[in-house]
Design a protein around this ligand. Sequence first.
Ligand SMILES: Nc1ncnc2c1ncn2[C@@H]1O[C@H](COP(=O)(O)OP(=O)(O)OP(=O)(O)O)[C@@H](O)[C@H]1O
Ligand SMILES: [Mg+2]
Length: 625
Amino acid sequence: MAFGTFSNLTAGNSQHSKTATPQATNPVAPPPQQPAHLQTPITQQTARHVPPQAPLQAPANSPAPVQHTPAQQAHPAPVQERRARDQPENRLLGHVIAVDGGYATLVASAINPSADSTGFWTIGRLISISVGNSRIVGLVYKIETAQDTWSQKSHNAMKVQIELVGEISQSPQGQLSFSRGINVYPPLGSIAHNIRAGDLAVIHNPIDRQTAIIGSLSQDESIPAVVCIDDMIKRHFAIVGSTGTGKSTTVSLLMRKIIEARPNLRILILDPHNEYASAFKDESVTISTDTLELPFWLFQQEEFCEVVFRDRDGVEEEIDCLRDLIPQAKQRFAKKIQQPSSLLKSSGPNQTITADTPVPYRMSDLLALMEEEIGCLDAAHNRLVLKSLKNRLESLIADPRYRFMFSQRTVEDNMEKVIANIFRVPINNRPITTFQLTGIPSEVVNSVVAVLSRMAFDLAVWSKGKCEVLVMCEEAHRYVPHDHRQGFGPTRRALARIAKEGRKYGAYLGIVTQRPGELDPTILSQCSTVFAMRLSNDGDQDIIRSAIPDSSASTMSFLSSIGNREAIAFGEGIATPMRMKFSTLPTQHIPGSRENEDSQGLPINGDQISLSSIIDGMRNIHTRK
Ligand SMILES: Nc1ncnc2c1ncn2[C@@H]1O[C@H](COP(=O)(O)OP(=O)(O)OP(=O)(O)O)[C@@H](O)[C@H]1O
Ligand SMILES: [Mg+2]
């Protein structure tokens, strides 16, 4: 598909007229006669610019699936470097009439926009302007007719606004290279023309970086869109876009590329809709409410309190009781088993145990301590407070939805087992863990995400970077909301810690959100690579615009109008901001696509409704394996 074809622009713009192009509202016009003053010099100019053929290098690790042609491979066919012979010679040509810092204005002529708009002026198109031995690359971000009218019969003059994004230069040996920024500005009257395929390939696929192909450029489908996996994960990345634009499918695609390039990286997908397990059948283990074991003693005080009190006011005294009694319960347990946990051993006998130290204790010990204190004449805490706390804990323990925290199995010191299971140590050919959050009580999800993110960071730190972990956080705005009064402090802190300090230790963050405007901007600003898919909300678009370097702000002007599976990609992992279309994934790799299959992969008849299992789900009754 051509970049900015009318079909995709119109489709995307149907509701969001903000960035509609003039062409989109003037669908078809007959081919006008090209004015004589443009014809002769342009033909000469075009002829002068046929360069010596530069050998282009194929991307370092270009796996097979995408059928890309040739511009990528060793020697681009000379014909790609020139305008196709059967095209009108001068349909995508303009003259520079104004230059302003990083921007320029061109005059051009609008001609028949047929169904195939390849080669016409469209938003998002890269064009080049030859200046001396180099070619300045410009990105079209605004087009308008000069007179605010449109004639079907004659030539229409138009103004084209471009952003100057960089320069292509050629070594004496004919090697092409692209650099961001402009050394020499185009003089007035310079001619702008369609960019050469070879130039596009050089811009988007620098030969000095290890890259993976994730799709193709919207402008020219024969040019692969590549991403540098290392740069992308090391400085965190974000995928933003309205619902249904293809975010989760993009996660699936990127995760596959990541595990190919970094087989030792562990990936923890926080999966709020239980959709990823089916997409990574052979590469992942799934942790669901049926199989989850997250002992209560792994929760820090604050996290545990969120589970027990759920943001309630007037519970300060009960929280104080917990803070005092939990360490005592831990001491009691360590003495009882006469075999201090590995953590105590390693820290020596003088280690102070606090409510936050992740050593096991028994709930029965904690409850017994409360009982003892209630019966004590000089109780340190108010008896009513103790009774209320005891009742709360007892009802939690009895609630089947909290079995993953309080089951008998969670009392022993099984931290090693828990970590090994969740963080794939050893990897055993399944580097991905899909952590299904549906089914976990909603008030507990925050705490669970906090515990997991904290453990991911600690694992990377204490393994001295040997266990690198990528935490892939879907619906990130739920956990790190813009409004600091919302959300849960420990979750926010745990994710922010990975975003701020994780890189040094090997803990990385990938975030996905439909609402970047509702996400804490500090988290988004830590994500150095962003895939911005279509965003319909103005506020969300502004957030993304402000997140990218000034020089490519105009790239974002068409954020509301790109098609599904398309994205504007920019940042560390991307050579230069690009509008791209992600590769098509086979159905079995699309998240959620296998939901209608049973465990043997056989289709489940959609009409068959098992009301009893629905009611079990509502009651949170799960059959544990
Ligand atoms: N790269 C792709 N290859 C094949 N199909 C795709 C691709 N991207 C998106 N799709 C199609 O688009 C549908 C929606 O994509 P997806 O579920 O990833 O959107 P989303 O942005 O995650 O939506 P939501 O915000 O509701 O979670 C998919 O079910 C799939 O059919
Ligand atoms: Mg999704």
